[in-house]
Design a protein around this ligand. Structure first.
Ligand code: SF4
Ligand code: SF4
Length: 315
């Protein structure tokens, strides 16, 4: 028994250990190799150092003209940490959540109850968009652009992006500046010379600061625990991420529709209307079958390209 207790303690202090999922999010994924003293990737959590650095970054990049940061809040664990750090740093900010209309209801409830966050409503709901465009797919994820990525134009945006989340995010910079004329994006990181070269310039294009980009999952949960922050209960129920219901980029559509069956009905109704509005030579599609296809991972690239390749006239 004493050995078990010792193992738990060792895992809990590693930056890559996800205590909610009970697994390592490093290369070893699931089993902690440190139990056998084999892990070369072990890194102890040093929360004070991380907090200090993130607050320093938030304070030093704050626009000198007193303009508040635009916090792009997603409702997940990383956003929760980001918002608390912003408050600790004392910089001016306003926080915004882009409602997608396929958000998990507990996330929306928590956001509505938080006076620090305002909600941006989309021009068209997911259902109205499906009626016009068909289903989004891994290759055609138009819904992110329509529902999730707006807001913060011309502002200095803060995000909770972290390198450890995905290989794609590992290419992001700690500070990112888009040049309005060329569309080129410059990236700087905190731990190299680039950070020192960055100078805030209000006339440049979009500016993004990712203050927790170097945090790992163990750091995030240790921070939430230390400050007693509230978080959506789904994390305790085995959800590793909170996002849109039945997102085509994930693999949780089946589970999501079991938990929220009315959303499946709404997807089917919208798709039925799409098939009625845009009949195909081989007859209308069967919306139930297509929703099954959708939540099984949407495989069959050729079919999806042919069926849902219409352009939306309202774009
Ligand atoms: S990085 Fe190594 S020590 Fe840390 S949780 Fe993973 S396997 Fe365990
Ligand atoms: S469902 Fe997925 S792809 Fe669509 S807006 Fe949400 S996160 Fe983006």
């Amino acid at each position: 028994m004493a050995k078990d207790i010792e193992i738990v303690t060792i895992k809990a202090d590693c930056r890559s250990w996800n205590p909610k999922m009970n697994r390592c999010e490093c290369v070893w994924n699931k089993k902690c190799m440190r139990e056998n003293k084999q892990c070369a990737d072990y890194e102890p959590i040093e929360l004070d150092r991380l907090i200090e650095k993130s607050i320093e970054v938030l304070q030093s990049f704050a626009p000198p003209n007193g303009e508040p940061y635009y916090v792009a809040y997603s409702g997940g664990k990383d956003s929760i940490v980001l918002l608390h750090l912003v408050k600790m740093s004392g910089v001016p900010f306003d926080a915004h959540y882009n409602l997608t209309t396929i958000d998990p209801p507990p996330v929306v409830q928590a956001i509505k109850a938080n006076p620090d966050i305002s909600i941006n409503y989309p021009k068209r709901t997911m259902w109205q968009l499906i009626e016009k465009k068909g289903l989004p797919t891994r290759l055609r994820r138009w819904c992110c652009k329509e529902l999730k990525e707006g807001g913060g134009n011309g502002r200095f945006v803060l995000t909770g992006v972290r390198w450890a989340e995905s290989p794609k995010r590992a290419t992001r910079g700690a500070v990112e500046v888009s040049q309005t004329r060329t569309g080129r994006k410059e990236r700087y990181n905190f731990d190299n010379e680039g950070a020192n070269q960055f100078k805030f310039c209000p006339t440049k294009g979009a500016k993004i600061l990712n203050p927790i980009i170097n945090w790992k999952v163990g750091d995030i949960w240790a921070f939430i625990e230390r400050f007693g922050l509230e978080y959506p209960a789904q994390y305790d129920e085995g959800w590793s991420r909170l996002g849109c219901i039945a997102c085509p980029l994930g693999n949780s559509g089946k589970r999501d529709f079991e938990i929220y069956p009315t959303y499946r009905v709404a997807f089917e109704h919208a798709l039925k209307r799409y098939f009625e509005a845009y009949p195909r030579p081989d007859g209308p599609g069967n919306e139930k079958e297509w929703i099954d296809w959708y939540i099984s991972g949407g495989r069959g690239k050729k079919v999806e390209e042919e069926l849902f390749a219409r352009e939306d006239e309202e774009e």
